[in-house]
Structure formats: C-alpha cells, structure tokens
Write a protein that binds this ligand. Structure first.
Ligand SMILES: [Zn+2]
Length: 603
C-alpha cells in the first residue's frame, strides 16, 4: 500500500467516523417496548428508553385527549407502577405534578428509562384495548413523551403472543412486530392493531392499501376490498395528489362499540359484527370508510389554526371544527356517488333524512356552527343539546352544502367546494394552518366575490334555509307524497323509551305541543285521557287523535302523579322525499351532474 493510499484511507476513516458521530447526534431516538404477556387481564408493560437529557428535571406526559376526539378523556387513569432509572440502573426520584405529568429528578446528562403498567380496557373510545384475541393501541393513550424528545424518531417493539399479527400505518422495522415513527406526532396518529385478524392487501394507482379486520361477523371481505378499491380512486375528484404511499383500513367487528377515527394514513372503524349484510347497514359502513378516508386530507394534511401543532395536554380551540367534520360528512358523498357505491336514490334519501333532522333542530336558533366548533370540548349530547345547540357534523354539513351551491352558482359550474378543499391541501399543508380569513381569501380567489357577509350570516349567524329553494338549483324538490300531500297527523313532540313503570320521556322538542304543556325529560307517562298507557309507544295511541285535539297525559314526575293537557300539533303524514322536478331545465340538470357526478335521475 503506497503512502498516498494510506493517507487517503486514514482520511476516509476520519470522514466516516465523523459522519457516524454526527448521525448519532442528529438521530437521537426513543425506543419503546410494549410487552403484553397476559392479555386477558387487559394490561401491558411499557418501557421507554430516552437518550441523554440536558436538564436536571424532566417532565414525562401522557396526553389528556387523543386526536380525532375533541374531548378530555383522562387517559392517565390507567397508569400504575411508574419507575424511572438511569443507564446504570439507579432509581431516579419522581413525583406527579398534575394528573398527566410525571416529573423525574436528576436527569441531567443521563439516559433515562421509564416504565409503567397500562390498563387497556376501553374498546369503544378507540383508545386502548387489550384482550386475549388482540390489542388496539393508540399510542397517545399508551406511550409517554417529553417535550425535548417529541421530534425524535420512535421505535416500537411489541412483544405479543406468538399467533398474533401486527399492523399499523407506521413503517415496519426489523421484524413484523417492530414499527418506526418519524416522531411522536406520527406515532400517536398511527394506531397499532395486533392480534388474530384477517389481513388483505391491494393496490390502486401505485398506492398500497391494507384492510385488517378483528372480530367475527357477517362481513364479506372480498366485497369490502372491491368497494374500497373503487372508493380510494375517487379522491382525485377533490384533491390533486395523495399524502401517503400506503394506507390501512382497520375494522373492529364487535359488539357494544360503534364509531370511527381518522389517522395519518390509517383509520379505525368499529361496527356491530352483524351490521354488514343488510344494504342500509353496509351503506353506513362504507360511508364511514369514505368519511375517514376524506379526513386523510381534511384534518390530517390541513387543519385550522389552534390545532397545529396539537397540544396534547389541553383543549385545542377553533371556530372551524365544523369545516373539519361537517365538510368531511358532506364530501364523503362525493366519493360514494362518483365511485358508484351509493345510488342517486340512496343519496336523495339520506338528504331527506338530514332535512327532516334540520326541521326538528330548535338548537339552530341558539347556537352557530362557529360557536359549536369552539365549544366542541364541552359537548354533552342529549335533550339540552338538541334544543339549544347545533352539531359540527350535521349543521357543518349544511353550511358546507350552502357554500358548495353558492360557489357553483357564482362560477357558473366552473368551481365548487371541492376546489376550496384542494386549495387548502395545496397551500395550507401542516406545519401551516388556516383561519377564517384564509378561507375568505380562497373564496375570493375562486369566485372573485367577497364572502365576508355570507360568512357572518352562515358561519357566525343562525342559518335559515329555504330547502325547496336550495334543492331547486339542482332540479329537485321536497315531497310528502302526492296523494297524502295535504294529510297531517297528530304530533306531540317527544321521544320516549319503555320502562317497567311506563313510557319515559327521553327528549322534548323545544316549542312542541309537549313543551308548551310543560312535559319534560324523565317524566314517566302512565295514562292518556285517563286510560292506562299500555302501548309500546305513543304512535299507536296518537292514531285516535287529530291535529288540534286536546289530549290529557298523566305521568309520574319524581314519584308524584301529574296530569297535563296537550293541544296536539300536526306533522306531515308521510315521510319526506326529495324528488326530481318534472319540469327540470337543462341548467338544473347540469347543476345536478356537476354536484354529484351523476346523470339527473329519471324520476
Ligand atoms: Zn370525522
């Protein structure tokens, strides 16, 4: 070997050594071991190894909420046996400084290992659930973080029963039970499903998809795969480009849990195990899949200010959550209709159901969608909410619909609400965020019009909609059936449930006949016009009455018997239908087609 080549070799070695030490410095990482040895007892042992800290004391946090559910859910309630050690195995002192924060002393210049037990028995909240057949782990409910390591790469090592199969939107590591997350934010937005499951893989237009199903049920996975293939291609009608290379649909076919949550490049959908075969059930399932898939852009790629970056320790406020949820419900139909997964008949039926809901939603007079968004963290549901609140999903859908039609009209079918969402994706991707002013700029850009007044009236105001006028733009109208058009039936305005003592009132619509007569939540109806109320519900009994009749109702209110007189109101006898106008013009038909992607329905 010549002297020059020797020198060159020494130089190379020094460069490589420098690169390696630099790489080590840059790529500080967190390693998380999750051990599930006795899954039947619903707990896991978590050990997290952190690299050297630069401060004397370090706070380790467990989030107090999880993404996709804007509600404080106190996840730290399932943590026990916390310990902290340095790399020599010496115990470090720690104390809790609030319900979600473990403060460890003596961390300066030390590598730290923390460990604890997590109790995971919350299936319905899509947070953490472990049993003898599987584990579903949303890391925000299982893995602690510190502020200084939040941006570091996290490696998850699962130790699970031998027959289990592990799946996540995360990249796999050295084995099938190891996952790598770029940072803590990616980790908490990429839940892990591990256990005994069905696992299908497919690809569409160079993108890889997976379907993983835990639980037995009456599903046909081949049909689900075929329909998901159709569904995922339709996103091109809204956005230019995909924010992922691989996407995972996770399904829990189970009992007692219903709902779904969006994540970065995956979703978790929970549904009753026997709610797949009937068309109406299946339509609900595939609509949920469409909803969550829309979120991959709307929420996961662009989010209102106030939610970027997520603050996991407290509420994240925004007046635009209606756009995150209501728009998603609105746009899910775009995917379903264009992918031939929902017929125009089914679409019009779902719209009729929504309109019926809006008509019986007194809360629209009390709250705006902006207020509902801001107060989402307080939402309780129930009778008070129905009468005095709006919902970011349903009323968010309504505002999205109004905005869509407004843009379509103003641009003579050149632009639509879909373009608003594509512009949000193209120009406001995280780490950017958007506010109401940014939306006004986008709307001006698309329509050359000023939307400030519209925004005040519909987002910060109480929306009043003439539905027939709205539907007419697309050549549609409301109908309560031709023959029965004028026929009305008696209406009280309550919902009830059967109890052993009688019919218990579960809700009273504000200003309805029952409301006017003073009936309220939890009253137990026992008699109507002096005769025992033995029927399953009031419907049968009401058939003997006409609108404007007087009906005496006897009920128990906290054990005291009370009688009140109700002057009955009226309701259309038939269900609301949305039907095509016979005289629809070519312009109205074109509007319908631009809106739905479908030909105008024949009748
Ligand atoms: Zn949603």
């Amino acid at each position: 070997m010549t002297k020059i080549s020797l020198l060159f070799r020494t130089f190379l070695i020094r460069v490589i050594t420098l690169c390696i030490s630099h790489a080590t410095y840059v790529q500080a990482s967190v390693s998380v071991d999750i051990v599930i040895e006795q899954p039947q007892h619903h707990y896991a042992l978590i050990t997290i190894n952190f690299e050297t800290f630069a401060s004397e004391q370090t706070n380790f946090y467990l989030p107090t909420w999880r993404t996709g559910r804007y509600e404080i859910i106190n996840l730290a309630n399932g943590i026990r046996e916390f310990t902290a050690l340095d790399s020599q195995g010496n115990k470090l002192d720690w104390k809790k400084v609030d319900k979600d924060t473990w403060q460890v002393q003596g961390t300066l210049n030390k590598k730290v290992k923390i460990s604890y037990q997590v109790y995971a028995n919350q299936l319905g909240q899509r947070t953490r659930h472990i049993d003898d057949s599987h584990a579903y782990l949303d890391a925000s409910t299982v893995v602690m973080y510190s502020e200084v390591t939040r941006d570091q790469e996290h490696t998850i090592n699962l130790q699970v029963p031998a027959t289990w199969n592990s799946v996540s939107g995360l990249e796999s590591g050295e084995n099938s039970h190891q996952f790598i997350a770029e940072n803590y934010d990616v980790l908490v937005d990429s839940p892990i499903e591990t256990g005994i499951n069905e696992h299908h893989k497919f690809s569409v237009e160079d993108h890889a998809y997976e379907l993983v199903i835990w639980g037995k049920g009456n599903y046909d996975s081949a049909k689900i795969v075929a329909d998901l293939k159709q569904l995922v291609q339709q996103s091109k009608h809204i956005w230019q480009g995909y924010p992922f290379k691989r996407y995972v649909f996770m399904v829990h076919a189970t009992s007692g849990a219903r709902g779904a949550t969006e994540h970065l490049n995956s979703t978790i959908i929970q549904t009753s195990r026997f709610k797949f075969s009937q068309r109406k059930d299946y339509l609900r399932f595939i609509s949920t899949a469409a909803h969550e898939f829309i979120h991959t852009w709307n929420v996961k790629q662009y989010r209102p200010k106030g939610l970027v970056p997520y603050d996991y320790q407290k509420e994240n406020y925004s007046t635009l959550l209606w756009l995150s949820e209501g728009s998603t419900s609105y746009l899910q139909n775009q995917l379903l209709l264009r992918g031939d997964l929902m017929s125009s008949k089914e679409f019009l039926e779902s719209l009729a159901k929504r309109i019926t809901g809006y008509i019986h939603k007194p809360g629209r007079e009390s709250q705006t969608v902006a207020q509902a968004s801001f107060n989402k963290w307080l939402e309780e549901g129930g009778d008070y909410d129905n009468n005095h609140s709006v919902n970011i999903y349903s009323e968010g859908f309504l505002v999205s619909w109004l905005l869509d039609f407004s843009i379509m009209e103003k641009t003579a079918l050149e632009k639509s609400y879909r373009d608003v969402h594509n512009m949000l994706y193209q120009h406001y991707k995280i780490p950017k965020s958007f506010d109401e002013n940014d939306l006004l700029i986008i709307l001006k850009d698309l329509t050359h019009d000023d939307y400030r007044l519209w925004w005040q009236e519909n987002v910060h105001g109480h929306v009043e909609v003439d539905f027939n006028n709205l539907l007419a733009k697309a050549g549609l109208t409301m109908s309560y059936g031709k023959k029965n058009e004028q026929k009305q039936k008696a209406w009280v305005g309550i919902k009830t449930k059967k109890t052993t003592s009688g019919l218990q009132i579960t809700s009273v619509e504000k200003n309805s006949p029952a409301w006017q007569a003073g009936l309220t939540l939890s009253d137990i109806i026992v008699a109507v016009n002096g005769l025992r109320m033995a029927d399953k519900d009031l419907t049968t009994r009401l058939k003997n009455f006409k609108p404007k009749d007087r009906m005496s109702v006897t009920f128990f209110r906290r054990d005291e018997l009370v009688t009140r007189m109700i002057i009955l109101g009226s309701l259309p006898k038939s269900k609301l239908k949305i039907v095509p106008l016979e005289s629809a013009s070519d312009g109205q038909k074109a509007f319908f087609k631009y809106w739905t992607g479908l030909e105008f329905p024949a009748k």
